[in-house]
Design a protein around this ligand. Structure first.
Ligand SMILES: Cc1cc2nc3c(=O)[nH]c(=O)nc-3n(C[C@H](O)[C@H](O)[C@H](O)COP(=O)(O)OP(=O)(O)OC[C@H]3O[C@@H](n4cnc5c(N)ncnc54)[C@H](O)[C@@H]3O)c2cc1C
Length: 565
């Protein structure tokens, strides 16, 4: 058995920010299913928001303006106290990151450079060319290594052990040895990232299965606002690799097959820099109305920016286009289409990153505080990961220092590990009917086609039924090899059940929410309905499927108004 004071699951930005800020003297461990530097945070391109006021057009910026943009961007579903906290903390956090050694791009005077981003009133996105996540993650990893933090790489956490409202630890599968390991912890922090791969087209890393969200849910921790799924407007056609919003921030145009900058018809003043939900729907509408290319994509045109600007500000985007798209954006427009990108919903936590279960915390994309409400603004997610990662590290430390350990912890985690071993033995002793990859493939298609950008009662109800059928087929599966080392089919078998749970919660929440808000667009209810739906969806696990209840949104000083850009 492994034992630590605080176990952090996830080696991305939220996890490392928690590890760095946990109290000195405590015994801290980070578990990750891949090497921490392969976490999806490393792929973030465009930047991180803070109202530093460094841009010549951003001198009047303030954290209050940042909070207003975030809340308006959220279609008024964000908890305003949480959004205010995030935007206030953004400014000191950026300087903290700078002092830790993050090599941000600079303006000529030497201050941190900032660029315009969608839905923002001022240019406030700080960046390191188009590799912001890479430099942030490498810097935090380096800093964490200098502390006394224990890393477990290539360990998949499979179960969370909760009894009577308190968290006792985890069970993990060590890919290298093939062993199932019980882990005792006084506090657990989940920083397990998003579930992008539940959708067929996603900008997310291939590891983003979202199992952390699923296993918290199964352990009795509620999920919040899961029906809000962000589709990024611009992913490279055919590959769905992200083309950062920074490309539009630097001045890129969106063009249809008539050569028109069609955003003029959807967001006449913000144009290409309207929030993502609006731009993604505009692109999808153009394609559906026959104004796309080959019925599948539109163009993102950067040619007018010139070679020098593209090479300096968007070098990674140029490489992606050259290597994966076979084109040079200096000379040709980029074919793009929307793809799943981010999860606004997640594990229900408060502004201290605490869940309703004692000793269990969550931060980053797997969590929902909620700061993004129904639609996240670009550049706010890296920010959330570092700010709330830090808060989670501090809160969990405080809890551990003030609480007593319990004797039954070891017994409970050992029992949970024994149950998992028993389950694996059952999978090994059965004849297999089908394989998990076929079901996985089917699930992604259902989610893309029926629970995508545009939603409607009929298809949503069908999706729910089909997810139920997939679950039935999942229970008939077995494993085909008894060598458990680096056994990817076993990984997928264990994570897939959680993906089914996530898909079910998203779909049920989307079916119930009879309005349009942010990323959730109902063709049959195309208006926002504050009277009935200005509230968070809370989903709790029951053996018969998710039970939905609702909770009011916290409003401070920003009264909901019509969202125009
Ligand atoms: C291509 C791309 C570009 C982006 N660009 C930007 C941007 O410019 N600005 C911005 O603000 N946001 C951006 N985002 C969003 C942002 O990068 C993410 O939301 C954020 O980095 C998530 O950080 P995280 O620490 O929560 O999770 P991640 O970085 O995804 O890390 C999750 C960690 O959890 C581990 N894990 C998961 N499940 C398990 C398990 N069961 N057992 C063990 N370990 C597990 C993984 O190994 C990993 O270490 C982008 C996202 C993408 C996909």
């Amino acid at each position: 058995m492994v034992e630590h004071d605080i176990v952090i699951v996830g080696g991305g930005l939220a996890g490392l920010s928690a590890a760095l800020n946990a109290a000195p003297g405590l015994d801290i461990a980070v578990i990750s299913k891949v090497h921490p530097l392969r976490s999806h945070s490393v792929a973030a391109q465009g930047g991180i928001n803070a109202a530093l006021g460094n841009h010549p057009e951003g001198r009047d910026d303030s954290w209050e303006r940042h909070a207003f943009d975030t809340i308006k961007g959220s279609d008024y579903l964000a908890d305003q106290t949480a959004a205010e906290l995030l935007c206030q903390q953004a400014i000191p956090m950026l300087y903290e990151l700078e002092h830790l050694g993050v090599p941000f791009s600079r303006f000529p005077g030497g201050v941190i450079a900032q660029r315009p981003f969608g839905g923002a009133g001022f240019p406030r996105t700080c960046y390191a060319a188009d590799r912001t996540g890479l430099v942030l993650l490498h810097t935090l990893y380096e800093q964490t290594l200098s502390k006394d933090v224990h890393f477990y790489e290539e360990w998949l956490v499979t179960n969370l052990v909760v009894r009577d409202g308190r968290c006792y630890g985890l069970v993990a599968y060590d890919l290298q040895s093939g062993e199932i390991i019980p882990i005792k912890a006084r506090a657990v922090i989940f920083a397990t990232g998003g579930y992008g791969r539940v959708y067929q087209k996603s900008t997310n890393a291939l590891i983003n299965f979202g199992s952390g969200i699923g296993l918290a849910y199964r352990a009795g921790i509620p999920l919040k606002d899961m029906e809000f799924v962000q589709f990024h407007p611009t992913s490279l056609y055919g590959k769905n690799i992200l083309i950062t919003e920074g490309a539009r921030g630097e001045g890129g145009y969106l063009i249809n097959n008539q050569g028109k900058r069609f955003m003029a018809d959807y967001a006449p003043s913000a144009m290409e820099l309207a929030p993502r939900d609006i731009v993604a729907r505009a692109i999808q509408t153009e394609i559906q109305k026959g104004r796309g290319f080959e019925g599948e994509y539109v163009y993102l045109d950067l040619r007018h920016l010139g070679k020098e600007k593209i090479m300096k500000r968007l070098p990674g985007i140029r490489e992606i286009c050259l290597y994966f798209g076979g084109l040079d954006p200096i000379e040709e427009p980029i074919p793009i289409q929307p793809a799943q990108h981010y999860s606004m919903g997640g594990i229900d936590v408060n502004e201290k990153a605490a869940s309703p279960v004692e000793g269990f915390y969550a931060a980053g994309e797997c969590s929902c505080v909620s700061v993004h409400g129904a639609n996240r603004l670009g550049g706010n997610s890296l920010l959330e990961a570092v700010v709330f990662g830090k808060i989670a590290g501090l809160s969990a430390s405080e809890y551990v220092q003030e609480s007593q350990g319990e004797d039954r912890a070891a017994r409970l985690v050992n029992e949970a590990a024994a149950q998992l071993k028993e389950r694996i033995n059952q999978w090994l002793s059965k004849e297999s009917r089908g394989n998990v990859y076929q079901l996985f493939h089917r699930l992604k298609k259902i989610m893309m086609e029926k629970v995508g950008i545009f939603r409607e009662k009929g298809p949503l109800a069908e999706a729910l039924e089909e997810i139920g059928e997939l679950r039935h087929r999942y229970h008939q599966l077995a494993l085909r090899s008894d060598c458990l080392q680096f056994y990817q089919e076993l990984v997928t078998m264990m994570e897939f059940e959680y993906m089914l749970d996530i898909a079910e919660v998203i779909t049920k929440g989307a079916l119930a929410r009879e309005e349009t808000r942010g990323s959730h667009f109902r063709l049959d209810f195309p208006r926002r309905d504050d009277q009935n739906w200005l509230k968070h969806t809370i989903a709790e696990f029951t053996p018969k499927g998710p039970r939905l209840t609702y909770r009011p949104v916290k409003i401070t000083r920003y009264q909901p108004q019509e969202r125009k850009y």
